[in-house]
Design a protein around this ligand. Structure first.
Ligand code: MG
Ligand code: ZN
Length: 224
């Protein structure tokens, strides 16, 4: 019998993870500097799968394209379906297919920008992979992070995933046209958001009916 204790494994994993995150942070900082130097406003979108990021983004891109030069990057594990959908907005779109990685990293964003002249852009949207957990740890160099939750997910999403709400700047409650049908309690949802992120700006909207989109677009235009 060998009584030598096993070396503790957890600290090593934590160490590796810390290095990955540190590398990501440095790269994200470089990206943010590049975006600022080229005067590109960058917003990222995070949510669980199916919350309506792509539908919301398609409407946003369509509304913006007459006034400014806008483009989008869209992350998914597989398929370029979302890029094809977003291309209907008739703006430049690139798909980032992550394979087994369940979030975007700054390096993927940097690679996807290859060949794009940032000076020819005013606004860039980055749609993250549908996931409310690890995207919170990865800075993508964005100026504004939007967290979306749909009325079909229930009011307690912010309580279950406080970290992602904490790292976001704006919360968007989507599919508001379905709120009555699923008995969504807007007051309680707002209360939950404020309890994890006091003072957070919240929009309620439906990409399908267009309800609430104007208010969101006004905020966006004030930042461009
Ligand atoms: Mg999508
Ligand atoms: Zn992940």
């Amino acid at each position: 019998m060998n009584n030598t204790p096993h070396p503790p494994r957890l600290p090593r994993l934590i160490e590796v993870r810390k290095n990955v995150l540190k590398r990501n942070d440095l790269l994200a900082r470089k990206l943010r500097d590049r975006f600022r130097a080229a005067s590109v406003f960058v917003a990222s979108l995070v949510s669980s799968p199916g919350a309506g990021k792509t539908a919301f983004l398609e409407k946003t891109l369509t509304a913006l394209r007459a006034q400014c030069r806008v483009a989008a990057l869209v992350g998914d594990l597989a398929t370029d379906n979302d890029a094809a959908r977003l291309a209907r907005a008739e703006v430049p779109v690139r798909q980032i297919t992550t394979g087994t990685v369940c979030h975007l990293e700054a390096e993927m964003v940097e690679r996807a920008l290859d060949g794009w002249n940032l000076d020819e852009l005013d606004c860039l949207f980055i749609e993250n992979v549908g996931n409310l957990v690890c995207p919170s740890s990865y800075d993508l160099g964005e100026e504004m992070r939007l967290v979306l939750m749909s009325v079909t997910e229930g009011e307690d999403k912010p309580l279950k995933y406080p970290t992602i709400f904490n790292t976001a700047d704006v919360a968007i409650i989507t599919k508001i046209d379905l709120a009555a049908a699923v008995e969504f309690d807007l007051k309680s949802a707002r209360r939950n958001i404020q309890s994890v992120r006091p003072g957070m700006r919240v929009f309620e909207l439906s990409a399908k009916t267009g309800e609430g989109m104007d208010e969101w677009l006004r905020l966006l235009q004030s930042r461009l």
